[in-house]
Design a protein around this ligand. Sequence first.
Ligand code: MN
Length: 164
Amino acid sequence: MNRTVRIAAALALAAAAGIFLWNTMCAGAAQNVRIIKHDEQKAAPVSPDNFTGAAASRGFFPAKEIGVSTGEVTFPAGARTAWHTHPRGQMLIITSGRGLVRQWGEAPVEMNEGDAVWIPANVKHWHGAAPDSSMSHIAMAPLDEEGRSSTWMEKTSGADYPGK
Ligand code: MN
């Protein structure tokens, strides 16, 4: 090999090595699709400070990892959250039963299986089961810059909840 051919071969080899290294680095940085099978998801009681009644929450992915607080919350009849707000809003999808959502200053609104509900940022509200029916919903609330998805306030009382 003459000198020009040797230099060309060295450059080609360096380029190939560079491409290989780049691809390896990109593959290492790639995010993988994740799945948590239904029977691997754990339900846990919710904080009694923020709920009335024995609701339980089945978490999906850690909120700090995906930037969104997610979970399916199951409320026995009569159970509901305390008043609260979400800094980036919240979507609810009713997965079973019949429930209620109430915005501060407004009447309660019924929610049924399959319904989707959007609660805008910083709107004070509560949600939960109807007095005579259990209810489950999937809840999704994006985290703010401080990693918070909810600001909890006083529990419902008196005329806040129908029939109580
Ligand atoms: Mn909420």
